[in-house]
Design a protein around this ligand. Structure first.
Ligand code: SF4
Length: 140
């Protein structure tokens, strides 16, 4: 039997939850104040999930990259594989905030969604929009 202590991130209270597993199955959770915590702990102990923030190359845009994130958590074990896929992607400007860049990433239910707008280079020049790469890096 293995025992692990997790901090629930489902609400700001942050309960410390102890999860006992045996042969890859959860046999007991304790310390959670509500059922959401148990759901979180069971998932986290067996197959942790994460929202993935990253960036995608933009062609003909005022910025060379657009920040993106998955619209729902993806299995942590798939993140390296998903990133290999994302590194090969590019999208032509303009890109609108909320635009779906890719659907069903690596067979998951998650879509990759733009978290900022990137106008075409010539449009941005006319509107005086500048590209701050530092800002992009910090957003991801
Ligand atoms: S177990 Fe319930 S009360 Fe505790 S942090 Fe998680 S969601 Fe909040």
């Amino acid at each position: 039997m293995r025992e692990k202590t997790l901090t629930c991130v489902s609400c700001p209270i942050g309960c410390e939850i102890t999860v006992k597993t045996e042969h890859g199955k959860v046999i007991k959770t304790s310390g959670n104040r509500c059922p959401r915590g148990e759901t979180y702990a069971r998932q986290e102990a067996i197959d942790p999930m994460r929202v993935l923030p990253t960036s995608v190359r933009v062609i003909g845009g005022r910025c060379p990259l657009v920040s993106v994130k998955t619209d729902r958590p993806v299995p942590k074990r798939l993140i390296a594989e998903i990133m290999q896929h994302v590194r090969k992607m590019s999208i032509r400007a303009p890109v609108e905030i909320g635009q779906i860049i890719a659907s069903h990433l690596n067979g998951t239910d998650a879509n990759l969604v733009a978290t900022r707008t990137v106008p075409r280079a010539e449009c941005a020049d006319r509107r005086g929009i500048s590209c701050d790469l530092t800002e992009i890096v910090h957003e991801t």
